[in-house]
Design a protein around this ligand. Structure first.
Ligand SMILES: [Zn+2]
Length: 173
């Protein structure tokens, strides 16, 4: 999938009272509204105070997640996993069985969005995918490493805490 057009409209809304923040006086709020079109016929909208670039990426991603192309990708990914390993996928953090219905696939990289290699996608349960994003999206030190390294680092960290929790449970029972 390729982006064929990004139509961005910056909107500046003057504030009635100016606000003093760490970056100085703020007299207006700025928003970006972005329409993104792709050659796969997928169109996305974004609105936020983020950079136009980030809005565009998010809009493309959201549109792709709702597409038939992504459903087909998930099915192909699942079939390949079962063929290669002889068993159904499991969540990389907790080891629970991953299903087409409820399983999440985390993008290790967005470099090939729409034309992912199977290795770009990591099976996670919904709970652990949320936990991964809680850390990834809120921690500048992890983000600083880049998405791939941060994802792998956070998944190892979550696996360790998952194991520790299980050990505590074993001791208690
Ligand atoms: Zn899990």
């Amino acid at each position: 999938m390729r982006i064929t057009a990004v139509i961005a409209t910056p909107i500046r809304v003057p504030r009635l009272t100016s606000m003093v923040a760490t970056q100085g006086r703020i007299d207006a709020s700025e928003f970006g509204v972005v329409r993104v079109e792709t050659d796969a016929g997928i169109t996305g909208w974004g609105e936020s105070r983020w950079s136009a670039d980030r809005v565009a990426r998010r809009a493309v991603y959201a549109a792709y997640m709702n597409s038939k192309a992504w459903q087909d990708k998930r099915r192909a990914w699942y079939a390949r996993w079962v063929t290669l390993t002889g068993s159904p996928p499991v969540c990389l953090v907790c080891g629970r069985r991953w299903s087409m219905r409820s399983g999440h696939l985390h993008h290790l990289t967005y470099q090939r969005l729409g034309a992912e290699e199977p290795e770009d996608l990591m099976p996670l349960c919904g709970r652990d995918h949320n936990r991964l994003h809680d850390v990834l999206d809120s921690s500048p030190s992890w983000r600083h490493l880049g998405r791939e390294a941060a994802t792998i680092g956070i998944i190892s960290m979550l696996r360790r805490s998952e194991r520790a929790a299980r050990d505590r449970q074993d001791l208690a029972s």
